[in-house]
Design a protein around this ligand. Structure first.
Ligand code: BGC
Length: 373
């Protein structure tokens, strides 16, 4: 029964992917023969932290889907501590997991524990964040991380009218955690849009914290994606570089947790929503940030429907268990230093005040009451 249900899902998944791939710009490809885990659906899920809403939704959502398929599931959260994540994965290997789904805290420190997994013939799926420097990761399921940043950069350019020659505007850019492989993709996507305007003088960065190229992004990275660190950094920039009545017009924030800290800093420096309030980006559609969007304290968020990512991983797992090929749609972008990891990329989308209802609430991602409505 268990296997029949999973096999059916694998088949439906394949057909559906075929349909979607036909209308996608990225050609579909298949990720080689399924490895390892055929036959038994015993899954260890390793998530980074419970402090961010998105990971709670990701972990619990995926666990529910897999249990519905009759899988045995062990879900662990690692408090944003790499050592804790490694020992939780070791326990999952010892406990008989056949498939590991891992959202890495530090994308480059899991090589040794994945080598242990490989010895047990376990299939490893990198979830949302790539795992670097190891051949022992089989698949990667994520959103198009470069596109997340591109959507943020394009939003800023449009809001400010940069393409029409408007400016100069004062910009403060931020980047994500230096140990998270996604952060450089987010930054590159945004900076490829914005850097030409910095170079032409239409965007000015009074703090000087303006990477001269995509590769310098980590110099403005906020460790652990921590809201309080982003707040302290923004406090410093405002108090040191905005001393003679200048105003910040735009803040590039790569995600919602940083945006929360930046909003708090802006508030304490006397900024109130209205015409002199900066354009501020984000990512994740966390409840507090969606409220901030409705209140005018944040301009947009890039929404990644974590339910769709869960569905994708559920399909991957069904294929692995059924011994079928796992469908992917990108076999070029995610080189982890040892191999190009076969990936499935989903599409992120911009949400603004005008589309909170139609995109987030009508789709059931959030309840109106979650966001003070
Ligand atoms: C995820 C983002 C998230 C960030 C902080 C990134 O790897 O892709 O959605 O905001 O981590 O947890």
């Amino acid at each position: 029964m268990k296997l029949t249900r999973l096999a059916a899902l694998a088949v439906t998944g394949t057909l559906l992917i075929g349909g979607l791939a036909a209308c996608s710009s990225t050609p579909a490809a298949s990720g080689g023969a399924a490895t390892g885990a055929q036959g038994e659906c015993n899954v260890g899920i390793s998530m980074p932290t419970r402090t961010l809403e998105r990971w709670i939704n990701d972990g619990e959502g995926l666990q529910t889907k897999l249990k519905g398929d009759g899988c045995t599931v062990d879900l662990q959260y690692a408090d944003n501590k790499t050592d804790q994540q490694i020992s939780q994965i070791q326990n999952q290997i010892a406990g008989g997991a056949k498939i590991l789904v891992i959202a890495a805290i530090d994308g480059s420190s899991l090589g040794p524990v994945l080598a242990e997994a490989k010895k047990q013939n376990i299939t490893v799926i990198a979830y949302d964040r790539l795992i670097n420097g190891t051949g022992d990761v089989d698949y990667y399921a994520t959103f198009d991380n470069y596109k997340v940043g591109k959507l943020q950069g394009e939003f800023i350019a449009k809001q400010l009218g940069l393409a029409d020659g408007k400016g100069p505007f004062n910009l403060e850019p931020f980047a994500g955690s230096p140990d998270d492989n996604n952060a450089k993709f987010f930054f590159s996507g945004a900076w490829d849009v914005l850097l030409p305007y910095v170079t032409s003088g239409k965007l000015v960065v009074p703090s000087g914290k303006s990477p001269s190229s995509d590769a310098d992004w980590a110099s403005i990275g906020i460790q652990g994606w921590a809201s309080d660190k982003a707040q302290a950094e923004m406090d410093n920039r405002l108090s040191s570089f905005y001393t003679s009545g200048q105003k910040v017009n735009v803040v590039l924030s790569p995600n919602d947790s940083l945006a929360i800290g930046i909003i708090a800093s802006l508030k304490s420096a006397g900024y109130t929503p209205g015409s002199a309030y900066p354009v501020l980006t984000g990512q994740d559609a966390d409840k507090a940030n969606v409220q901030a969007i409705l209140n005018g304290e944040q301009s947009m968020t890039v929404w990644k429907d974590t339910r769709a990512l869960g569905d994708r991983v559920q399909k991957m797992i069904a294929s692995i268990v059924a011994g079928q090929q796992v469908e992917v749609n990108d076999t070029k972008t995610y080189d982890n230093g040892v191999k190009v990891v076969p990936s499935y990329l989903l599409d992120p989308e911009v949400v603004t005040k005008d589309t909170v209802q139609s995109m987030l609430i009508d789709s059931g991602f959030l309840k109106a009451s979650d966001v003070g409505q």
